[in-house]
Design a protein. Structure first.
Length: 407
């Protein structure tokens, strides 16, 4: 499909596209069959409802690629917008490719296990926007660039505008030595209900996408300004900078938490080269032994002298009591975070510790001069119930009275 100069494709409701591959028994090797939506100067697509993509592989060895491309003419004036949801309702072998400057989804996306090649061979050294109101299910994310592409480093900003909660099991891959960057921004339309979980697992063995072989890759900057982002990383992944830049005056409106790689798995570990903050909350999920952990390879800095961050500790009093009783201890300790000491503008006064009712907590900065890193350690204990506290005080009073009589 081609949209010429100044042309507009607009639907008041859903747009349904259906593709069926030819099952040719003589074909012994699978090939990629690409269907394009080519957009020229000042053209636009405005889908008023959902965009439903039905792809039927029909037992063919081939597989389908559907690509939006605006690489001709004046791409900054091209617009592709879906007001509703984007749903891949067919085979999980679909490669959905957005090779255009801007792609906006007002609702959510569910690609049913397919690949989202978020940028392909666009030859502009530019910043590309992918704005979506949430992604659920499973999908593999890729950025590809074939050898003939003359563009230098390209940046894709994946912006989440969630009004509800979504959970995506995913991966991120590029070809080797690719200098393109993927930024992730959480700017929810509803700060208290907008939530996105991204669980980045390893791809395992390299695979082919749009003519290039791709491998596990790192993400770039992650920023949370509104809503909550739960991020899971496999052991070989890291990000560049983690930033919490809430602006509402309420730290609960910009929330980050590490997560596991499986749906429902709360405890996870993430790694970044640096961290900055102005206002926001980090939720730390705790188990009996394990806990969320944020590894910062460089420094942690605040963007202004008055900046503060909340550490919200997610463990109930009942669970903590069970752990304490099992170990016969009065307190338990967890390591929450590490950062490079000399590169940081960060101290205990910058943290507001929040625990659940009935729990008493204390944070410590443990500096290791040999490694040059500081570890943030948390100690938790249970606050005695009022009746128990009264009994303890009573026993102390009786003991004191008996001691005085003996004197």
């Amino acid at each position: 499909m081609v949209l010429g100069n100044d042309s507009v494709l607009r639907t008041s409701g859903d747009l349904v596209m259906s593709f069926t591959l030819l099952n040719d028994p003589s074909v012994t090797t699978g090939n990629q069959i690409t269907r394009r939506i080519n957009m020229w100067d000042r053209s636009s697509v405005q889908i008023g409802g959902d965009w439903i993509i039905n792809s039927n592989r029909n037992d063919s060895k081939n597989y389908l690629s559907l690509m939006i491309d605006d690489s001709e003419g004046s791409p900054d004036e091209v617009n592709f917008q879906v007001d509703g949801n984007v749903v891949s309702a067919g085979a999980s072998t679909l490669i959905f490719t957005t090779n255009n400057k801007s792609f906006t989804v007002g609702g959510s996306m569910n690609l049913n296990g397919s690949q989202w090649n978020i940028l392909r061979d666009n030859s502009r050294s530019d910043t590309f926007i992918r704005s979506v109101g949430g992604i659920s299910g499973t999908a593999r994310l890729n950025i590809t660039k074939e050898g003939w592409v003359t563009a230098g480093s390209r940046t894709v900003n994946l912006v989440f505008t969630n009004g509800g909660a979504f959970d995506l099991a995913t991966s991120f891959a590029t070809q080797e030595n690719n200098d393109d960057k993927l930024n992730i921004t959480m700017t929810a339309s509803d700060a208290r209900n907008g939530r996105q979980a991204l669980r980045f697992d390893s791809i395992g063995s390299p695979y082919w996408c749009n003519g290039v072989q791709v491998y596990d890759a790192n993400i770039n900057n992650v920023e949370i300004s509104s809503g909550r982002l739960d991020l899971g990383m496999h052991g070989g992944m890291k990000g560049a900078n983690l930033s919490l830049y809430g602006y509402s005056g309420n730290a609960a409106d910009a929330v980050f938490s590490a997560a596991g790689l499986s749906s429902g798995q709360e405890i996870g570990r993430v790694q970044f080269d640096s961290m900055t903050f102005y206002e926001g909350t980090i939720v730390f999920d705790l188990g009996e032994v394990e806990s969320d952990f944020i590894q910062i390879n460089g420094g942690v800095s605040k963007s202004s002298t008055g900046a503060q961050i909340v550490f919200d500790i997610n463990i109930s009093k009942d669970d903590l009591q069970i752990y304490l009783d099992t170990l016969g201890a009065e307190t338990l300790e967890w390591n929450l975070m590490s950062f490079k000491t000399d590169d940081s503008d960060f101290d205990l006064a910058d943290i507001i510790l929040k625990t659940q009712a009935g729990i008493d907590g204390e944070l410590s900065f443990l500096a290791d001069d040999s490694s040059g890193f500081t570890t943030v350690q948390l100690s938790l204990g249970v606050v005695p119930e009022p009746a128990l506290a009264a009994a303890i005080l009573g026993a102390l009073a009786l003991s004191l009275a008996a001691w005085r009589r003996r004197k």
